[in-house]
Design a protein around this ligand. Structure first.
Ligand SMILES: [Zn+2]
Ligand SMILES: [Zn+2]
Length: 390
């Protein structure tokens, strides 16, 4: 029996896990029930080691076979979003304003499926590290695990992760070498002017005018500073100032996000943003201070590991169902920080076109259980091929 056939037999059980996780969503670094669920399963499967509390609420399972020093890492994310679920099916969220609207319940269930299969069969020579990461949704879970010694305690020669992709057919994969998802930064620009009566602008320095000049001038960074062959986004998403009709406020704040595919472009944008904000403010007699925070590194797949991942996908579904070189995505993903430490590849698995709104972060979203065995088989075959006996 092939790995895929054996894993197909675990489909009902994986569906149960997935729906149980879906019904009990938890936000980043609050995944205590989820982490406990994962750790208990790994223990029940007979894992050699199960480590709780790695990067606060993360879990790492270690599975060994044979004596080879080779290692491979597999990663799934476990957190949910602060969304009120609009679905009415039996496994809908039991927790108010908490929802698995990004499919991390499915990612966790797929990695558990691979864990169960590999613990039973152990057809490999080396150590497989199962990384169940907390807090992917902008709360820094990958960084927390790395800071907690993830790759020192559980070295990985290579590492693999996956995310479901709506509108890609179930039974399909997408694999891209090189930059796949943008890096993301958040910024705040605090402007201090001089408050005055709304009828006496000559007595003040209007921070609202400074803010709009800065907002407008920042739009020249992507059009005039970033090389046209590069891709970047700079969006100002918040402007806050004032609370009366007849008061020129003392302060204003601009906030927003930047996306780019290379660290060099991100740095170029930060440098220009700082210079424009500070000098436009100064030119108008005000002061601006900038807080620029890189929340996500660009996600860059190692070329050789992407080839390997594509070969595993092709083995499972045939070349016709493996999309190579899909367009890069402006969204971000913190698995990027793990890929900065260890060569690896992040792939997409098809979630299909479920009727009723199959969009990530949508209140009608649901992970497609039909994809579970395929994702589990990918993880399992990665281990069996990376750590192949002999
Ligand atoms: Zn998400
Ligand atoms: Zn996600």
């Amino acid at each position: 029996m092939t790995a895929a056939e054996r894993i197909a037999a675990l489909h009902p059980e994986m569906t149960e896990w997935r729906r149980d996780l879906h019904a009990h969503p938890e936000l980043g670094f609050e995944e205590t029930r989820t982490a406990d669920f994962v750790a208990r399963q790994l223990e029940a499967f007979g894992f050699d080691e199960v480590h709780r509390g790695v990067g606060r609420t993360g879990v790492v399972g270690v599975l060994r076979s044979g004596a080879s020093p080779r290692t491979v890492g597999l990663r799934a994310d476990m957190d949910a979003l602060p969304i009120e679920e609009a679905n009415t099916f039996e496994h809908r969220s039991r927790n108010a304003r908490r929802m698995h609207a990004c499919g991390h319940d499915g990612h966790t269930a797929m990695l558990l499926g691979a864990a169960r299969y590999l613990a039973e069969t152990r057809q490999f020579d080396g150590a497989a590290h199962f990384v169940f990461q907390p807090a992917e949704e902008g709360r820094g879970g990958a960084k927390a695990m790395i800071a907690d010694g993830l790759f020192r305690r559980f070295p990985c020669d290579s590492i693999f992760g996956m995310h479901n992709r709506p509108h890609l057919a179930v039974g399909g994969f997408a694999v891209r070498a090189g930059p796949m998802m943008a890096g993301g930064a958040f910024f705040d620009i605090d402007i201090v002017g001089v408050g005055a009566h709304g009828a006496r602008p000559e007595a003040g320095v209007d921070p609202v005018m400074v803010a709009v000049q800065i907002a407008s001038t920042l739009q020249t960074i992507v059009s005039r500073n970033v090389p046209p062959v590069e891709t970047a986004v700079l969006s100002i998403t918040q402007i806050h100032a004032g609370d009366a009709y007849n008061v020129i406020p003392q302060t204003a704040r601009l906030s927003g996000t930047v996306r780019a595919f290379s660290g060099a472009v991100m740095q170029l944008i930060e440098n220009n943003l700082r210079r424009i904000a500070e000098s436009v403010a100064q030119g108008m007699g005000a002061k601006a201070s900038v807080d620029f925070r890189l929340e996500f590194a660009p996600l860059v797949n190692d070329a050789a590991q992407a080839e390997f991942a594509a070969a595993v996908c092709t083995e499972l579904v045939g070349a016709g169902n493996v999309e190579r070189n899909p367009a890069p995505i402006m969204g971000s993903e913190d698995f990027s920080f793990m890929l900065e430490q260890v060569p690896g590849c992040f792939i997409n698995i098809g979630n299909g076109d479920t009727p009723g709104g199959c969009e990530l972060h949508n209140p009608h979203y649901d992970f497609n259980d039909a994809a579970l065995p395929l994702g589990a088989a990918f993880f399992a075959r990665v281990v069996e091929r990376k750590l192949g006996a002999g």
